[in-house]
Write a protein of this length. Structure first.
Length: 579
């Protein structure tokens, strides 16, 4: 039997989306394009598999993805598919951080999801493999997979290797903190220069449990990535083996018609939240998990995420709150070791389906947890009974807020507000040391609408830590924090200032209470006084009256629900996978 007939037997082209661009006499013009690209009639008869990456030359997070895509294509070909490679954008947070460019970061998540959707729809691809490296590109690709609901496999591009400076492992966050150390006169210009030149020695995403590695853990925990695929560092050739396997796996999913919404369920979202909590992951997961749920039509908001965070033990000693880097976690067994510890400890929903075609419990059945390694603990030996990220609510944040507590010694902070209406003003005050110990720095009008784009504040928080003031002041914002942020830094405060939330009504000197144990975020101002201030409040006009940031501000919703920009799967009338 010829390979063409073999493929036809395994995959009925007349029932796949790609029939609209490749099957029947009326599609002769379409096929002429494929012949122009060197395809044979046999190759055109195969299922068309989109291979999407966020490859670019913006930063090391993305530069290995092109190589990995070629390996995915080999796997697709070997399993009887026809790979169709394409790229989409990414905004790399490390480059965008600390200036107006960061307004583009969260917006890029939506652009990535939208552009992948449009590419797949426009070209009628039957399945999808997505590769991503930097923070927002991971949830953006996974959101597109759930939205399209064609058989899909996600693969992380891999972490960077740690740099070495004066005998210790370092990451880019050490460089951000060194800016504060330099401003405080604690390090020399030569040391700052030497550190920046060695901190990032290879391809790959930032090396601690920051947003990229957090969402890579999510990809395995939620079931959209092959078990074990998230850990291998980006520069290692062995990562390409995972790419080949991912290409082959998507063909098996297509054969069995297992789709992302069979995998992304409420229980699998809870599994993902547990892994974030257990690893002391990024607070950005509090935005991305609700957004993923939204694509599937599942109501799983910040409060649901934080409920899981609070009920999950903290198991992994990872930077920025702990000692170890992503490569150390990989050597200790990776995400599968964390999941095995949680499953054996009575956590995780083991019955959830994954891209292997097996359940979580089946995938972990033969995994042996190594008690001798120092990076990941078992549940019975947890660092704390509650996760490394917790939610806060109160009269200052009726829609909630989020804080990473992994590695924090002080879980309660009471101080006077120092109010700033943008990050630049707050950063200038930090650099000028124009703050008092005990202050609560307030950075507002940086929310999804107000920014627009909900900037991260790593430049400011890292500078504080570098000056040695990370435990002496607190910071609250309606914006976001990098996964590399540490200290008492509360983000995602909602309602945001741009819509008149309580954070917009704060004044210098107001006494703010933050309590990560009880889950409180409050201001010592009476309801009557807040009502008086609200009556006098006037909305601010944005600097952005046109373009992508303006359009985003018109459509984006609250951080509480994931800062999403469309009605989601619950309002869907037409699913692409069924065309």
């Amino acid at each position: 039997m010829s390979s063409a007939k073999s493929n036809e037997k395994k995959f009925d082209k007349t029932k796949l989306p790609s029939r609209h661009v490749s099957h029947g006499p009326e599609r002769a013009p379409h096929r002429s394009y494929y012949y122009a690209m060197g395809l044979t009639s046999e190759e055109i008869s195969r299922p068309f598999i989109g291979v999407a990456t966020t490859w670019n030359e913006a930063a090391p997070c993305n530069i290995a993805l092109g190589r990995q895509a070629q390996a995915v294509k080999r796997g697709v070909n070997a399993a009887g598919g026809m790979p169709r490679e394409f790229t989409t954008i990414t905004v790399t947070d490390g480059i965008a951080m600390g200036h107006q460019g960061m307004k583009s970061s969260l917006v890029s998540r939506e652009v990535i999801a939208d552009s992948v959707e449009l590419t797949v729809r426009g070209h009628c691809y039957d399945a999808l493999v997505g590769l991503a490296g930097c923070d927002k590109s991971l949830p953006g690709l996974m959101m597109a997979m759930v939205r399209l609901n064609v058989p899909s496999v996600f693969m992380y591009g891999g972490s960077i290797l740690p740099g070495v400076f004066k005998g210790r492992d370092v990451t880019v966050v050490d460089v951000f903190e060194a800016v504060g150390q330099y401003a405080a006169g604690k390090i020399s210009p030569d040391d700052l220069t030497a550190l920046e030149q060695v901190a990032c020695p290879s391809a790959g995403s930032c090396g601690g449990q920051y947003t990229a590695n957090t969402m890579a853990c999510v990809s395995e925990a939620i079931g959209l990535a092959l078990p074990g695929s998230a850990g291998t560092p980006a520069p290692l050739e062995s990562r390409d083996q995972w790419a080949v396997k991912s290409g082959m796996a998507v063909m098996e999913l297509l054969r069995r018609n297992i789709r992302p919404r069979d995998i992304v369920t409420r229980k699998s979202l809870e599994n993902a939240a547990m892994v974030v909590a257990a690893t002391g992951g990024s607070t950005n997961a509090g935005l991305h998990l609700p957004a993923l749920a939204h694509e599937a039509g599942i109501d799983f908001d910040l409060h649901e995420v934080c409920r899981i965070f609070r009920a999950t033990p903290y198991l992994a000693d990872l930077k920025p709150g702990g000692k170890y880097n992503a490569v150390d976690m990989w050597r200790a067994g990776g995400v599968m070791a964390v999941m095995k510890a949680l499953l054996d400890g009575g956590y995780l929903h083991g019955e959830c389906m994954t891209v292997t075609g097996k359940t979580i419990a089946e995938n972990l059945a033969d995994v042996q947890f190594d008690e001798s390694q120092p990076v990941i603990r078992s549940v019975k030996n947890a660092f704390s009974p509650s996760g490394g990220v917790v939610g806060l609510t109160g009269n200052l944040a009726p829609q909630g807020a989020i804080v990473k507590v992994a590695g924090m010694k002080q879980l309660r902070f009471v101080g006077k507000a120092r109010v700033f209406d943008c990050e630049e003003d707050a950063f200038a005050a930090v650099q000028a040391k124009n703050l008092n110990d005990g202050d609560v720095i307030v950075i507002r009008y940086e929310g999804p609408r107000g920014g627009p784009g909900m900037r991260e504040m790593l430049s400011t928080t890292a500078a504080l830590y570098g000056q040695g003031r990370g435990e002496k002041v607190a910071l609250i914002t309606d914006g976001r924090f990098s996964g590399g942020t540490r200290g008492f830094c509360v983000g995602h405060i909602g309602p945001e200032a741009a819509v008149g939330g309580p954070i917009a009504l704060l004044r210098d000197g107001d006494v703010i209470t933050l309590d990560a144990t009880s889950g409180e975020i409050s201001v010592d101002v009476s309801d009557a006084e807040l009502a008086t201030r609200r009556a006098a409040w006037q909305p601010r006009e944005s600097d952005f009256g046109a373009g992508a940031l303006w359009r985003y501000a018109q459509t984006v919703g609250d951080a509480e629900k994931g800062a999403v920009t469309h009605p989601g799967g619950g309002k869907e009338r037409h699913m692409y996978a069924n065309v």
